[in-house]
Structure formats: structure tokens, C-alpha cells
Ligand binder design. Structure first.
Ligand SMILES: [Zn+2]
Length: 289
């Protein structure tokens, strides 16, 4: 069995400062945002550790039915859910790098067809104010963002790759929360999870140009490398969108972990696709007690 690296069991000052801590149960390891949890919102950003998938071994692959057996994925989800004591219903969607937000009104709504978690519904963000529902987005390098409104109890989970970031999905989600639940940005806390960071994530001219066109002042997000290429900081882009929408900077917690540098801990599409062909999926989940 793949063991949990020693350095993460010991205290990690940088992680603590960022507002995160590790949670472990029976070999399943996940990152949790401490202040969001303290306000009554259990949450977890999964790692690849503690599962049953051959990716390459003991991997906690939580989605991607083309790359892994349903049996493995369901067992991994069962293990992941054990990080959340009590009775929870998981809700997810079929992510398409779009901007649609799925509003979940009730427990029945969360899981319309048994076992499917609503994954037939195309969207890239979910929101609810119902308790006992775990909203989950799936990533492997893309940026997962969770939102919690301590005043109304509304929560959201957002999948923001470069396309989602470009189309300001995190701002769309806040707007939807405000419309559905009267959420005000000043009451919101956000956690931006592990993703491909600007140490590793190089994009081409198509992405650079698309951002330049939509956000003339986005040059600072890019660090040029070779001709027509640059390293991009999507965590920062999403943090800046949250701030622009009115979320206080001190209420935004950013996990200082790169999925490409820490391929031992996280799945990385960019690192593993060419290497193995099949890539596991992480989950970022948040619920309301
Ligand atoms: Zn990196």
C-alpha cells in the first residue's frame, strides 16, 4: 500500500498559515480549509492516496468512468465520504468547461437517478443551501473553488480550468448564490484548492490571446517562457475575480500545492496523460451541517 509521505503528517507551517490542514482516515488523505470548517461547513480536497484504483496502485480515483471501473470509483467514493462523519448525499455533475451553475434545492434533487449523483447534468458549478448535501467538483490540474456563506448557509463548488476562469465561472456562481439565496459577497469565505500552478502550467498563444482579449489587464497572470508560451497563474486569476466580486482578501484561502509538482499526492492530467494514458480525478467537496 502506498504510504502517506512523512513530511505531511508533521506540522506544515505554510499550509497552516494558508488556512488548511490535512485530514486522514484509513489511509485516505485530504486537505481541508480550517476557517470554512470552523464556520460549520465540512470540506475536503482529495488526494490520490488511499483508494483501490490501479493508477498505478491504491489510487483514490473519484471519477472518470472511461478510465477506471465503476466498481473502483464507487469504492473510492465510499472511502472519501468516510472523511465526513454522519449521513451525506454526494452531488456532482458532468463537467464541460462551461459556465452553467446547477442549483440543488433538496436531497432528491441532489441525486435524481440512483447512484448517478446527477452526473448526467452538464454544468461546472453547483450551489445549494440545503444541509447534508456534499457538492463536489472533479479536477486533475484545473482549479477547484469552494464557497461558503456563513450568513445564509449557502455553499458552492466550482470547477475552473482556463476556460472556466476565462468565462469568470466563480463570479457567475456568486451571482447565482446572490439571486437564489440572497448571498452577499462580504459574508462569503472561499478556498482555492490544489491545481497546476505557475511553476509548471505552461499554456500557448491561444490561451494568452484569449485572456488578453477579454481582460486587457491580465498580463500579470502570465510569465513568458519560450516564443508564444507562458506560465499561467489560474489560482491568482480566480482569487482576483473573487476580490472583484466583493469577497474580502483575508477570507480567501489558497492552497499552496501544485498538482504537477506534487504528482505523488495529486492526479495531474498534464503529467500523467502522456505517461499512462489514463488519469484519475480528484474531488473538492463542501457541505453544510
Ligand atoms: Zn508546480
Amino acid at each position: 500500500m502506498m504510504s502517506i509521505p512523512m513530511e505531511i503528517i508533521t506540522d506544515d507551517a505554510e499550509l497552516t498559515r494558508a488556512g488548511f490542514h490535512w485530514r486522514e482516515n484509513l489511509g485516505v488523505l485530504a486537505l481541508a480549509c480550517t476557517p470554512i470548517e470552523q464556520e460549520g461547513f465540512p470540506n475536503a480536497f482529495s488526494t490520490r492516496l488511499g483508494g483501490v484504483s490501479p493508477m498505478p496502485e491504491d489510487a483514490l480515483n473519484l471519477a472518470g468512468f472511461n478510465d477506471d471501473s465503476a466498481e473502483n470509483i464507487y469504492e473510492n467514493r465510499r472511502r472519501f465520504l468516510k472523511l465526513f462523519p454522519g449521513d451525506w448525499t454526494l452531488a456532482a455533475c458532468w463537467q464541460v468547461h462551461g459556465t452553467d451553475v446547477r442549483v440543488i434545492k433538496s436531497l432528491e434533487d441532489a441525486n435524481p437517478s440512483p447512484g448517478a449523483l446527477g452526473e448526467t447534468i452538464h454544468c461546472d458549478a453547483l450551489t445549494t443551501n440545503a444541509s447534508r448535501i456534499l457538492l463536489a467538483v472533479k479536477t486533475a490540474d484545473c482549479v477547484p473553488v469552494i464557497l461558503a456563506d456563513s450568513r445564509t448557509g449557502a455553499i458552492a463548488a466550482v470547477h475552473a480550468g482556463w476556460r472556466g476562469t476565462l468565462s469568470t465561472i466563480v463570479q457567475n456562481t456568486l451571482e447565482r448564490m446572490s439571486k437564489e439565496y440572497d448571498t452577499q459577497a462580504r459574508d462569503v469565505r472561499a478556498a482555492i484548492g490544489p491545481a497546476a500552478l505557475p511553476c509548471c502550467y505552461e499554456v500557448g498563444q491561444d490561451v494568452i490571446s484569449a485572456f488578453q482579449q477579454k481582460f486587457p489587464a491580465s498580463e500579470h497572470l502570465f510569465n513568458p517562457t519560450r516564443e508564444g508560451h507562458a506560465l499561467v497563474d489560474l489560482q491568482r486569476a480566480n482569487r482576483e475575480q473573487l476580490i472583484e466580486s466583493g469577497v474580502a482578501i483575508e477570507r480567501i484561502h489558497t492552497a499552496p500545492l501544485c498538482t504537477m509538482c506534487r504528482n505523488d499526492l495529486f492526479f495531474s492530467y498534464r503529467k500523467e496523460k502522456r505517461l499512462r494514458g489514463r488519469v484519475g480525478r480528484l474531488m473538492a467537496a463542501i457541505g453544510r451541517r
